[in-house]
Design a protein around this ligand. Sequence first.
Ligand code: HSE
Length: 306
Amino acid sequence: MNQIKIFCPATVANLSCGFDVLGLCLEGIGDEMIIRKSEQKGLRITKITGADLPLETKKNVAGVAGMALLHHLDLAFGFDLEIHKKIKAGSGIGSSSASAAGIVVGINEILGNPLSRKELIPFAMEGEFLASGSYHADNVAPAILGGFTLVRGYNPLEVIKINSPKELFVTILHPQIEVKTSASRKVLPKEISLKSAISQWGNLGGFISGLYTEDYSLLGRCLHDEVAEPERKKFIPNFDEVKTVALENGALGCGISGSGPSIFALCKGVKIAEKVANNIRKVYSETGIEFTVFISKVSDSGVIKI
Ligand code: HSE
């Protein structure tokens, strides 16, 4: 294979109770990439559409992730890359991770998959580090593996793919403002109380159990965030109103998607997801801020060839 075209999905990280460890892969929203084998060693970004991002490899998230993989593989040839961005930077639905995940999966596919998908995650994390100043895998892991993923540990890295309940839908509100992950990490508490920690790990354990047993009500009871949401919601106009409306209209739970500003609501069934979407639209149109609302299933595929 000399060339591949791929779809690089958007993701929701944290999911309230799993800061930096939990994430899910969205369906139908994502970037596209074309990767071509080249006789010249290294990785060159030849074209970017849809966003004003650097073409210079070492300043580009996909460039850095791709180069980390190429350094490991030590090939006698290289690759040219076209990036077609559909996910806005600073949206909270994993724009940088889509790029980082896409390039490593794409190169690996062209080469006939010398590495497993899980083995690709550390290389994609190099791209996340460039974007946010932090090595986290809660967006790149679901973008690469699909479904729900849990980072059991970072040192050494251990990622577990978890069952996705069949009737689960995600409603996303994306206010068209940019929140940089680096900025929203600066407001995080350096320490949390034992009481908050107990509540957080109880909820995370319960959430994982709920995913396997497909216990929707349990999932809803676990969607609380005592770590990031209290500080980060200040960056998101009308966050509390949106959350109230989502819960009043039947969402299982609602919180900040990744580092924001997008807000996610998990819902049982498409009808409730649509009802939540319609009512969120109503409250948000009163803010004067441009926004989009969409509904997605949890995608089981991660990055795919198109
Ligand atoms: N876990 C990360 C954060 C996700 O919340 O900062 C954003 O990339």
